[in-house]
Write a protein that binds this ligand. Structure first.
Ligand code: HEM
Length: 267
């Protein structure tokens, strides 16, 4: 089921000098998934039998990208303040209070993918870009959404993702064999890497939530939804030659300049 315009996110203010806020966007949806996995039994489907813990995954990210004493991934980013406005039809799908009322304040962060603080915005490792949104609910129960600028994810399970990251770590040290073997055995991962796109602006890409989330309305009716942020400015991506010609901070610089001309809005 597709419901459009459930929300509008409008970003109005760039955090210039508030580094203490940079680490406060949390991966609530992702942590919920990992927390649940440890409770599941062997009768569950393959994705539920993963052995790697959240810590294993973070360590694998550090192995792939290096220990920078910063975020393990999506390290380079830029933060904004804005507001979230639910569309009137949203409350027919869920009784969650944030979808029922007026506009709420938002903290949002655009980021490059890699766990490398200095990754150039036009590097392969910058994609898919991320968009994290924290909606500040009136009752203090913040609502976090993580999304990536790719319609799906590189692997189906956390164990596979860990294997990929460790293979990447070996490749970075000169041993490409594990990575080649992984990609040969996982055609979707190969396709994912090849199909990454590079936006002209963080504000001109669509961002996708990967998990399905169950929404239940006042009548007890439930539907599964996936979040998608569609840019009002339209989508626009760079050709390989255009990408090569960009500077190392083209995304970070452009988005701050863009804001001077008016709010950045996603539906
Ligand atoms: C097994 C899969 C995944 C692992 C192990 C993982 C791990 C992480 C970790 C450790 C962080 C850094 C958190 C911090 O230091 O604040 C992070 C950030 C992030 N992740 Fe994931 N993640 C996974 C899947 C995903 C998926 C599927 C999406 C989106 C659809 C996603 C989107 C993001 C974004 C946007 C951020 C940056 C958050 C921010 O700007 O505050 N991740 N991830």
């Amino acid at each position: 089921m597709k419901t459009k315009a459930m929300v509008a996110i409008s970003l109005r203010k760039h955090f210039m000098n508030r580094p203490h806020l940079r680490n406060r966007c949390i991966m609530a949806l992702f942590c919920t998934v990992l927390g649940t996995l440890s409770l599941l039994t062997s009768e569950q489907p393959a994705y539920a039998q993963d052995k790697a813990s959240a810590k294993d995954l973070v360590n694998a990210l550090h192995a792939a990208f290096g220990e920078h004493h910063a975020r393990a991934v999506h390290t380079k980013g830029v933060m904004f303040e804005g507001n979230f406005t639910p569309a009137p039809e949203a409350k027919t799908l869920t009784k969650e209070p944030i979808f029922a009322g007026d506009s709420l304040p938002v903290v949002a962060r655009f980021s490059d993918f890699a766990g490398i603080p200095t990754v150039p915005d036009n590097d392969d490792g910058a994609a898919p870009a991320g968009f994290a949104v924290k909606i500040k609910a009136a009752d203090g129960d913040d609502f976090d959404i993580e999304s990536n600028q790719h319609k799906d994810f590189i692997t189906a399970t956390t164990d596979e993702f860990r294997t990929f990251l460790l293979a990447l770590a070996a490749a970075n040290k000169g041993d490409k064999a594990p990575l080649n073997a992984f990609l040969d055995a996982h055609p979707h991962a190969k396709e994912f890497l090849a199909s990454r796109s590079y936006p002209v602006s963080y504000a001109k890409a669509t961002y996708f939530g990967i998990n399905s989330v169950k929404f239940t309305n006042e009548k007890g009716q439930s539907v599964f939804v996936r979040y998608r942020f569609v840019p009002r400015a339209g989508e626009q991506y760079l050709s390989p030659d255009e990408r090569k010609a960009q500077g190392a901070n083209y995304l970070q610089d452009e988005i701050v300049k863009r804001l001077a001309d008016g709010p950045i809005v996603f539906d």
